[in-house]
Design a protein around this ligand. Structure first.
Ligand SMILES: Cc1cc2nc3c(=O)[nH]c(=O)nc-3n(C[C@H](O)[C@H](O)[C@H](O)COP(=O)(O)O)c2cc1C
Length: 360
């Protein structure tokens, strides 16, 4: 039951993927430890430059001989006006002052074309470095990108939040699909329907997707242990992708304040917000989310708002202040623990085995 088409394809012992988490969480040690423990570690490279990416890929290769993955953001078209930026800066100003940041900066905002050029370079590095697995979120890359990766036999994973998105991902020639339930921490990966319509709970999403596609489905959102893994498998998934559970591991690069916030949170403390980045994401409610809530729908879109809040998030983190940093978390924070990756992996498999499935 735990060995299947997906574990074969990914050359892994256990059907457990560590979620790629952009923003410094997925250190080389975290990624390599997951792969060394029989799962699939993955670099969250969405915010990395091609040079940073190359460096990290090489580090991971030194730490593991096993398969690992890398994840990119599919660039979205976006527009903004000077006036929108001005208004957004004004709404952020009181928070900047609370942190001792006096002036709103004149942030340099790259264009959508700039982002696309970086994306192309990221793809080039992945091919050059022969990374075995590449996953995407925020959409489906263009056919030429898919073709060039497939020519190199790189295994492709797409992210879907609805059946329609999953069908489209399969149609474009992807090998596997991560289905992201509404429980999931971090950014929503929806790209076809609106945000509200794409909030499907994982228990509803898995069997409906499994019935409509033939490629293996990987479940993500709120899964923290062997019970979650077995539940996902019972519903037809071939494995799971877990973010929050790995984020609080010792090897994760998340700031201690972020780890502590998750370890102390209850299930009713996470909310969906677009105040940090301009894209809807799930995190623990804090002062930033509360104070920005009234501007929620009028803020610039991703990645513009993400750039505008960068200094605030960074300064808050440096000041060990949970109030103004993004505390991404899924809906199962009560199940998070401080432990090593090896212990977490061991517990997941022991938990699954205790439910009647023996893994040799
Ligand atoms: C801190 C954080 C950062 C994330 N960054 C990414 C990312 O860069 N790319 C991606 O595909 N998913 C990202 N995700 C979403 C995960 O892939 C996954 O959907 C989610 O972690 C599952 O929910 P869970 O956190 O409850 O396990 C992120 C999640 C978290 C918590």
């Amino acid at each position: 039951m735990l060995n299947n088409k997906m574990t074969e394809l990914l050359h892994i012992k256990y059907p457990v993927l560590q979620a790629p988490m952009a923003g410094g969480v997925t250190t080389s040690t975290l990624v390599a430890e997951v792969s060394n423990a029989g799962g699939l570690g993955s670099i969250g490279a969405g915010y990395l430059t091609p040079v940073q990416m190359q460096k990290q890929i090489r580090e991971v290769k030194k730490l593991t001989a096993n398969y690992f993955g890398i994840n990119l953001f599919v660039p979205n078209k976006f527009t903004f006006t000077e006036n929108e930026i001005h208004i957004a800066h004004k709404t952020l100003q009181p928070i900047r002052e609370k942190l001792g940041l006096q002036q709103s900066e004149n942030s340099e905002i790259p264009t959508a074309t700039d982002y696309y050029d970086v994306f192309k370079e990221q793809i080039r590095v992945i091919i050059e470095e022969k990374v075995p697995v590449c996953s995407f979120t925020f959409g489906i890359p263009s056919q030429d990108v898919i073709d060039v990766l497939k020519e190199q036999n790189i295994i492709l994973i797409g992210t879907a939040t609805t059946v329609r998105e999953a069908i489209e991902i399969e149609k474009q020639g992807f090998d596997l699909i991560v289905v992201q339930g509404s429980e999931a921490g971090g950014h929503r990966g929806h790209f076809m329907n609106g945000f509200q319509e794409s909030l499907i709970g994982l228990m509803s999403l898995i069997p409906q997707v499994v019935d409509q596609v033939s490629i293996p489905v990987i479940a993500a959102g709120g899964i923290m242990d062997g019970r979650g893994l077995m539940a996902a498998i019972c519903l037809g998934a071939k494995g799971v992708q877990m973010g929050t559970a790995f984020l609080t591991c010792i090897e994760s690069g998340a700031p201690e304040t972020h780890k502590e916030a998750i370890l102390n949170a209850d299930e009713d403390q996470t909310v969906l917000t677009r105040t940090f980045s301009g894209k809807w994401a799930r995190g623990i409610k804090n002062r930033f989310i509360e104070e920005m809530q009234e501007h929620e729908t009028s803020l610039p879109e991703f990645p513009v708002q993400n750039i505008l809040t960068q200094t605030i998030r960074k300064t808050s983190t440096l000041q060990y202040n949970q109030d103004f940093m993004s505390l991404w978390s899924g809906q199962s924070p009560r199940l998070a623990k401080t432990q090593t990756v090896a212990q977490l992996m061991k517990d997941i498999i022991a938990g699954a085995n205790s439910l009647g499935v023996k893994h040799e």
